[in-house]
Design a protein around this ligand. Structure first.
Ligand SMILES: [Zn+2]
Length: 339
């Protein structure tokens, strides 16, 4: 009898706690691009799959400028509490969808927001005139911008889910420090390339912020969106630039077909010039698969730096002890392919 009373008492005591726990459903977050998914995973940390459920939309190598939301994406976004996206019109075909979701009280976080608020948009830099009035959406390519995004995401999630504020803030602080280390390593690593040789030619204009961060002059064949196609005139103009400046190497991007850069290469050859294509594609608007080095933001930036250095036949600075993930050996040792 006494046993039953004790059990009953225990049940009564824990009932309000159990009821409260049951009422608290996990926070449903949808992230659009591979970069947004990576950053959300890091800021959420150990809360993933318990307090937070994360649904990524785009996979490796997918071009966000052209990505058309699928039916299942729209369903996931309709069910979500929070959507994390890049903004500045990178996800060019999501505009109306976001408007209707905002109307039904979904919290929509643009990772570019703090960058824009801080004046880091392309208009703030002395760049070619045609872009000065356009916000360049490739803001993540300066790790100092991505630090702002990390802190902004942690602050936004802390507001939405105050119970887990300490976790979000601690994860952001640790990651901001990692990005600092990454930035310092990358700046030091490119110093081996003489300044006059630091010209980066790519398929589309995704590398303006990367150029600002690491001291490269950049030229893209297509504009800041892949939606604008390159014409014959653009190909010829870029080929002339390559020949005049004796540029040894150009780069294709993992999320853009290589045909346009191949056309420039042919046009350079037609003029009697020579130019190589980088030993592997650069990551621009999409990272690699989850679980790979290039599938992380740190790995994406580092891979690009390593690919550029190897393509320019330069050696690679030692990797910092406290920066993870570490570049895989096969990536570091593949310089020989270039010869
Ligand atoms: Zn782009």
């Amino acid at each position: 009898m006494l046993k039953y009373i004790v059990t009953l008492l225990l049940l009564l005591m824990t009932w309000p706690v159990l009821a409260q726990e049951e009422a608290k459903a996990p926070l449903q977050i949808v992230a659009t691009t591979t970069q947004a998914t990576d950053l959300t995973t890091i800021i959420v940390g150990d809360l993933l799959n318990s307090d937070v459920i994360l649904t990524p939309l785009m996979g490796a190598g997918v071009d966000p400028h052209l990505y058309q939301p699928k039916e299942r994406d729209i369903a996931a976004m309709s069910d979500a509490d929070v959507i994390v996206y890049m903004g500045l019109n990178l996800e060019g075909r999501f505009g109306e969808l976001f408007e209707s979701l905002a109307a039904q009280d979904t919290r929509i976080i643009a990772l570019s927001q703090p960058v824009k608020d801080n004046g880091f948009t392309i208009g703030g830099f002395n760049l070619s005139e045609e872009f000065t009035n356009v916000d360049d959406p490739h803001f993540w390519f300066d790790p100092r911008n991505w630090q702002l995004s990390a802190q902004f995401l942690a602050d936004s999630l802390s507001q939405i889910d105050p119970n887990n504020e300490l976790t979000y803030q601690a994860n952001a602080a640790a990651y901001v420090a990692q990005l600092d280390t990454l930035y310092q390593w990358a700046v030091g690593a490119v110093e081996t390339i003489p300044e006059t040789k630091r010209i980066l030619i790519t398929s589309h204009d995704a590398f303006q912020y990367f150029g600002i961060a690491f001291g490269f002059q950049v030229r893209g064949l297509q504009g800041i969106s892949t939606a604008a196609e390159a014409g014959v005139g653009d190909v010829q103009e870029l080929a002339d630039f390559v020949v005049e400046n004796q540029i040894p190497v150009m780069f294709v991007e993992s999320s853009v077909p290589p045909t346009t850069i191949e056309a420039v290469k042919d046009a350079v050859r037609a003029q009697g010039g020579t130019v190589d294509v980088g030993i592997r594609p650069l990551y621009s608007d999409a990272m690699d698969s989850v679980g790979t080095f290039g599938g992380t933001y740190v790995g994406m930036i580092a891979s690009n730096i390593i690919t550029i250095l190897q393509s320019f036949d330069e050696s690679i600075a030692d990797w910092p002890n406290d920066l993870s993930p570490e570049p895989p050996t096969d990536l570091l040792e593949s310089a020989a392919i270039n010869t």
